[in-house]
Design a protein around this ligand. Sequence first.
Ligand code: GTP
Ligand code: MG
Length: 264
Amino acid sequence: MKWYQDTPCRETHGRVLREHFGVAAEAGQYIIALAGNPNVGKSTVFNALTGLRQHTGNWPGKTVDNAQGAFTYRKKPFLLVDLPGTYSLLAHTVEEEIARDFICFGEPDATVVVLDATCLERNLNLALQVMEITPNVVVCVNLMDEANKKKIAIDFPALEKELGVPVVAAAARKGEGLDALRETLYQVSTGARQSNPRRLTYSAAVEEAVQKLLPNVQRLVDHKLNPRWVALRLLDGDKAFLESISRYLDLQLNWEAPQEVAAL
Ligand SMILES: Nc1nc2c(ncn2[C@@H]2O[C@H](COP(=O)(O)OP(=O)(O)OP(=O)(O)O)[C@@H](O)[C@H]2O)c(=O)[nH]1
Ligand SMILES: [Mg+2]
């Protein structure tokens, strides 16, 4: 399910992608974001999927590399966008801000989160954060060859069940797991496969505050963003995120205004 309503926003979506992210998508192309911690093999996955059909530059207004590449699968066109490596999406760095803003406002049809199979517990943090924003997530557990060498065994069915999103094993440098990744991306992007991401539950006080905020947040962001996630950011006092909402969604927000937050 998308937080964005489909057809009426398509034109706006193309404009947001072009102007804010420098991504020139063709009509009908599925947009896939590629996220992950630094050095987990994102670019290796990106190169393996897109081959030479790549375009590199910078994110608009930033000195951070941006790579986009196209591929076709089952006669459907895909555009893969390689995001900067980040440990979190809380936007403490310019890389985190770019990754978060693209996942939130670039409205990708699916987001791949590449994880390092040899240190899943650290990497899963980012996957859970992405799953709070969007249900259209595919987890790609990469570096399986390294995990095998270290005798690390991963129970994939259990991991998939726990996360509630598709999980694919890969050793991208050897080209392993990429067929399964393409097929899973196809299924998630076309809506043939629906996910049910595990939802993080916070303390009773936070959950209560989220419930208080939700009606107003829902009205404000309409279907454009996951309202629960926006409410959590408001509770976080994340002013930079409010600025992003104003910028991308053309909404005038005044941080002093939400009385529900002030009253908490
Ligand atoms: N053994 C092994 N090495 C891999 C695999 N995938 C990628 N690598 C290697 O891991 C290193 C980092 O890969 P990159 O693709 O640059 O990782 P990245 O996530 O794009 O890194 P940043 O963009 O710097 O965050 C490279 O030396 C790759 O060759 C894999 O499946 N197995
Ligand atoms: Mg890279």
